[in-house]
Design a protein around this ligand. Structure first.
Ligand code: PLP
Length: 429
């Protein structure tokens, strides 16, 4: 693609965009009377205009039916989660039986670790990322401790090499091979939340299996953002949240993947509740837990229907569009943002004076999704505040990193061009 940093080019791209009508299906936040340039779909996706209708449906059914809504609501609540099975399996590349929507992300990560981190005296280590998202760090630390091990010894953190921004795959594979028979589990974010780097989940899973360990991924930044083939890659388990790229609202429900081979293993240890029990006999309320032979077996509680209704509004949009079109546009958008940032850095800043914009996200499409992370050398928080004042909503990380994620459903090429204009002003002041 031959990009140009011009309004004509951006508008031409928008005209040719087969997904352009979807922007209008979302509420774009307005600040100071101006529509914002919203680049934080990786943090909290925007609200589909249809969400209210979906939630109202459940409120109305609750009003009309009371408890009978479990069976008589338009979408009967006792089986509400089942409506996600097909569309979610397409988003993450799974068999329908391998996915379920339940709880929240960190809760699910802990539940999955109960099943897939089964340490023994000899095999108790976990390979993970250094500086993983804090919630994941805490979860792993306490999983290790509650199994009676020392995190200092049990957690093998793989970090970027000195002077490098992203983690090398060979270093992850190397850490797995070195840990060998002491390795119980690999647990990595499929997409690094800071750099936007996408890991080669297939290769990592293969390496983990070769030494006899389980392998799972936190896909908070992956689901709805990158191409996933969890079943084919043989991943053991994964979980993600629905409020980032999946636009399902603050604190929205989380999704879980458990590979078929584990779904069929009813002996696998897990925490349990009535909603994971065999469906046919669930309401007999008999003694003895009999897990379903699907990811649903990890459910404990009945479905939180109101937050799931918001999830459904968004997932119906994903299902209508399909991941292929989203991926196609996403690559063009992130490529355009990359181009604009590079051009502005080269034209308006001087590296030898210590001022430049360094893109730390991998430049290869196969190693990134929507997100482009930039280190603004020679700038501080004032730069971010200027952008925000002009209506650019991005994410700032001290001391000087800006994370931006134009997303294919509601961001436009013009958004990126306009951002560039604002950026030029902000760095020139
Ligand atoms: C966003 C995010 C979380 C958030 O966890 P919640 O349980 O939804 O609060 C956890 N892990 C990663 C990697 C994330 O990006």
């Amino acid at each position: 693609m031959n990009y140009e940093n011009s309004i004509d080019f951006a508008q031409k791209m928008d005209e040719q965009d087969e997904l352009k009508s979807y922007r209008d299906k979302f509420y774009i936040p307005v600040i100071n009377g101006k529509q914002t340039i919203y680049f934080t779909g990786n943090s909290l996706g925007l609200q589909p205009k249809s969400t209210q209708k979906y939630i109202n449906q459940e409120l109305e059914d609750w009003a009309q039916w009371g408890v009978e809504g479990h069976f008589h609501a338009k979408n009967p609540w006792f089986a509400y989660h089942e409506m996600f099975t097909e569309p979610i399996s397409k988003i993450v590349g799974a068999l329908p039986k391998e996915v379920v929507v339940m709880n929240n992300l960190t809760v699910n990560l802990n539940l999955l670790m109960v099943s897939f981190y089964r340490p023994t005296k000899e095999r108790y280590k976990i390979v993970c990322e250094a500086k993983a998202f804090p919630s994941d760090q805490y979860a792993l630390e306490m999983q290790v401790k509650s199994a009676g091990f020392n995190p200092e010894d049990a957690l093998i953190e793989v970090a970027p090499r000195e002077g490098e921004r992203t983690t090398r795959h060979e270093d992850i594979i190397d850490a797995i091979e070195k840990a060998g028979s002491s390795l119980a589990c690999v647990m990595i974010g499929g997409v690094n939340y800071f750099t936007g780097q996408v890991f080669d989940m297939k290769a990592i899973t293969e390496a983990a299996h070769k030494v006899g360990a389980n392998c799972g991924f936190d896909l908070a930044h992956g689901a709805g953002n990158i191409e996933l083939k969890l079943h084919e890659w043989n991943v053991d388990f994964a979980c993600w949240c629905s409020y980032k790229y999946l636009n399902s609202g603050p604190g929205g429900v989380s999704g879980v993947f458990v590979h078929e081979r584990h779904c069929n293993n009813t002996e696998l240890p897990r925490f349990a509740g009535w909603w994971g029990h065999e469906k046919e006999t669930r309401f007999l309320m008999e003694k003895g837990f009999k897990p379903m032979k699907s990811a649903e077996a990890w459910q404990m509680s009945n479905a939180p229907v109101l937050t799931m209704a918001a999830h459904k509004a968004s997932i119906d949009i994903f299902d209508e569009v399909g991941m292929d079109k989203l991926l196609k546009k996403q690559r063009l958008l992130s490529g355009y943002l990359e181009f604009v940032v590079d051009e502005i850095s080269e034209t308006y800043l001087n590296k030898s004076e210590g001022k430049w914009l360094e893109i730390i996200t991998p430049r290869d499409w196969s190693e990134r999704g929507c997100q482009v992370s930039v280190i603004a050398h020679g700038f501080g928080r004032a730069l971010f505040d200027k952008l925000l004042n002009e209506g650019v909503i991005s994410d700032w990380r001290e001391p000087n990193a800006i994370r931006m994620a134009p997303v294919p459903l509601y961001n436009s090429f013009e958004d990126i061009y306009r951002f560039g204009e604002i950026l030029i002003k902000a760095i020139s002041q």
